[in-house]
Write a protein that binds this ligand. Structure first.
Ligand code: G6P
Length: 517
C-alpha cells in the first residue's frame, strides 16, 4: 500500500475512450504522441499531480500493437500509468461510430433533423448489443482487474458518453467499496430530447448512471436536466431537489463541476518562440485588419455555417467593414468517417467560397479557412483576435472561449453563445450570441468591432480574472475531494458502508439547496 503522511493515498482511475497518448510503430520501436483534445489536455496535466491510472481504448493499429507487446498490462508512459483495452474492431465500430457518434452525441447536442433522422434500425440495435454494451463491459473489467487486491481507497472517474454503461458493469464487479463518479463533458438535454432513444437503451443508460455515487456535469442546468430525465423516464425521486436523485435505494448526486484549462501551461505555450513565429506569419497575412477568429473542430454543433452567414450579413449591412476586417477560421478535422461531418465540411467550404466570390477584391479575401490541427497556431491566433466568435448550438463547456480570453493580447471581445457551458461563468463580460439568430450575431460582430477601447479593456480584464481563478486543477480536485469525503463518511459509519440503500451521498447532502439554477 502506498502511504503518504500516514494516510493511504487514494488510487484514482480515469477511464475514457480516447487516451492521453497514441503510439506509432517505427523501425526502432514505438514513438509516443500526446493527444491534443480538450479532455486529454486537461486530464493529462492532472495526472502529473496525482497518482492516476488511466484506462483507455486502443484506437489505431499501432496502439493495438503497443498493447499486445505489453501483454495488456499497465505501463508507465511519460509518468502516467496507462492501460489500453483492445475491443474487437467490429464491436468498436458499433460502439463508437453508431452509438456514441452520432446517436448519443446528436441527441445530447440536439442536432437530429427529426422529421428525417435518425432511424433506429437493426444496425443500431446490433451496435448497441454487440458494440456499446460489450465495449463498456470490457472497460469495466479492465478497471476491476487493475484495482483488484488494492486496499487503498479507489475513485473511478469514467469520462463522457462513450462509457455510460461502465457504472453498471463495474458495480457488479466491485460492489460498494469503490466510488464511481462519471463526468459528462457534453450537454445533458431535458427529457424530451431522450425520446429518440428506444426505451431499453435509455433506461439502461439512466439506471447505469444511477449506480454511480454521483454524476458530474459542466453546469447546474445539465445536472438539473439529468435529474428531470431520471424522474421522467425511471420514476426516480428527487424530493424537490435539483441536484440529486434517489433510485433503487441509492441517493445519487448530480453535481456541476465546470471544467477549465491549464492556465500555467497555456501561458507557457503562448510565450514560446514557435508561437511567436506563428504570430508573425499571421500578422503578415492579417496586417492592420481587425480579426474575427473562430477555432473549432469541424462539428455541426459548433454552428460554423450560421457564423459565416452572420459575417456575410455584417459585410452587407455595415459596408464600412469591407476590406477592414478578416474572418479567420481554424478548423480541426474531426470524425470524418461520419457522413454528417463530411457534408458539413463541404457546406462550410461552399459558404466561404460564396462570400469570397461576392466580396473579395484584389487586396482582400474576406474569409480565410485553414483546415488542420495545429495547436500552436491556434494559440497564436487567439493572442491576436479582435473578436472571438464562439456560437455553438449546444456545447458542454467550450474551452476555446476560456483559452482565448486568457491568452489574447488585444483586449479582444468574446462573442459567446448562451448555450455554451462557459456562458454560465463568463456571461457578464461577453456579447451574448443567440446561436440561431444570425441577425443578432452579425450585430454583435458590429458592436464588438466598434466598441470603445476602454470597454474592451474592462471586459477582457474581467474575463481573464475569472478564467485564472479556477483552472483545471480546481475542476479535478473538487471532484476528488467530494469522492474522498463520501469515502470517509462511508468508512466512519460501518452500519452504512455496504448497503446502497443507506449509502447517502455526502455530496448530494452538502450540495442540496445550493444549486443556482
Ligand atoms: C470533444 C468533446 C468531448 C469528447 C470528445 C470525443 O472533445 O468535448 O466531450 O469526449 O470530443 O472526441 P473524439 O475525437 O475522441 O471522438
Amino acid at each position: 500500500m502506498a502511504v503518504k503522511g500516514g494516510k493511504a493515498q487514494p488510487l484514482i482511475v480515469i477511464a475514457s475512450n480516447r487516451g492521453p497518448f497514441s503510439f506509432r510503430k517505427r523501425k526502432s520501436g514505438f514513438t509516443v504522441e500526446r493527444g491534443a483534445g480538450g479532455l486529454v489536455t486537461a486530464l493529462g496535466a492532472l495526472a502529473e499531480h496525482h497518482e492516476v491510472l488511466w484506462v483507455a481504448s486502443a484506437m489505431s493499429n499501432d496502439d493495438r500493437k503497443w498493447t499486445q507487446q505489453n501483454g495488456g498490462r499497465v505501463q508507465d508512459v511519460e509518468g502516467i500509468s496507462l492501460k489500453l483495452v483492445e475491443p474487437n474492431l467490429e464491436n468498436y465500430e458499433g460502439y463508437y461510430n453508431e452509438i456514441a457518434n452520432p446517436l448519443l452525441w446528436f441527441i445530447q447536442h440536439q442536432l437530429w433533423d427529426i422529421p428525417r433522422t435518425p432511424s433506429i434500425t437493426d444496425k443500431t440495435w446490433k451496435a448497441w448489443e454487440e458494440g456499446y454494451k460489450p465495449v463498456n463491459e470490457l472497460f469495466a473489467q479492465a478497471i476491476a482487474d487493475s484495482i483488484q487486491g488494492t486496499d487503498r481507497p479507489v475513485i473511478v472517474l469514467p469520462q463522457d458518453y462513450h462509457l455510460y454503461m461502465v457504472p453498471h458493469y463495474l458495480r457488479k464487479l466491485v460492489g460498494e467499496r469503490v466510488q464511481i463518479q462519471p463526468f459528462i463533458h457534453i450537454p445533458w438535454p431535458g427529457p424530451d430530447a431522450w425520446r429518440i432513444l428506444p426505451k431499453e437503451m435509455r433506461d439502461s443508460i439512466l439506471s447505469s448512471l444511477l449506480e454511480s455515487d454521483r454524476v458530474g456535469f459542466q453546469t447546474a442546468k445539465d445536472a438539473f436536466n439529468f435529474v428531470q430525465t431520471c424522474r421522467f423516464y425511471l420514476g426516480a425521486h428527487a424530493h424537490g431537489r435539483r441536484d440529486a436523485v434517489e433510485y433503487n435505494g441509492r441517493d445519487v448526486g448530480a453535481v456541476a463541476y465546470p471544467i477549465s484549462i491549464d492556465v500555467e501551461k497555456l501561458r507557457q505555450i503562448a510565450d514560446e518562440k514557435i508561437t511567436q513565429l506563428e504570430r508573425s506569419q499571421l500578422h503578415n497575412f492579417i496586417g492592420d485588419r481587425a480579426m474575427i477568429l473562430r477555432v473549432d473542430r469541424i462539428e455541426p454543433s459548433k454552428n460554423i455555417l450560421r457564423g459565416m452567414q452572420a459575417y456575410r450579413m455584417l459585410l452587407e449591412q455595415h459596408p464600412e467593414h469591407r476590406g477592414r476586417v478578416q474572418m479567420f477560421c481554424l478548423l480541426v478535422p474531426s470524425r470524418m468517417e461520419v457522413d454528417q461531418y463530411q457534408d458539413y465540411l463541404s457546406e462550410i467550404m461552399t459558404e466561404a467560397g460564396l462570400i469570397n466570390a461576392h466580396y473579395s477584391d484584389s487586396f482582400w479575401e474576406p474569409v480565410r479557412i485553414v483546415v488542420g490541427d495545429n495547436y500552436t497556431r491556434a494559440i497564436a491566433a487567439m493572442q491576436m483576435y479582435d473578436v472571438l466568435l464562439v456560437n455553438p448550438i449546444a456545447d458542454g463547456m467550450n474551452l476555446v472561449a476560456k483559452e482565448g480570453v486568457l491568452v489574447n493580447r488585444k483586449n479582444g471581445v468574446l462573442l459567446l453563445s448562451e448555450y455554451a457551458g462557459a456562458f454560465y461563468e463568463l456571461a457578464d463580460y461577453v456579447l451574448t450570441v443567440p446561436p440561431f439568430d444570425v441577425y443578432s450575431t452579425s450585430e454583435a460582430m458590429h458592436q464588438a468591432l466598434t466598441m470603445p477601447i476602454a470597454e474592451r479593456a474592462q471586459r477582457a480584464t474581467a474575463l481573464r480574472e475569472i478564467v485564472t481563478r479556477k483552472d483545471v486543477r480546481y475542476w479535478f480536485d473538487s471532484q476528488v475531494e467530494d469522492a474522498l469525503r463520501a469515502l470517509s463518511s462511508q468508512s466512519s459509519s460501518p452500519s452504512t458502508s455496504s448497503t446502497p440503500s443507506a449509502k447517502k451521498s455526502a455530496v448530494a447532502a452538502k450540495a442540496s439547496g445550493a444549486s443556482s439554477d
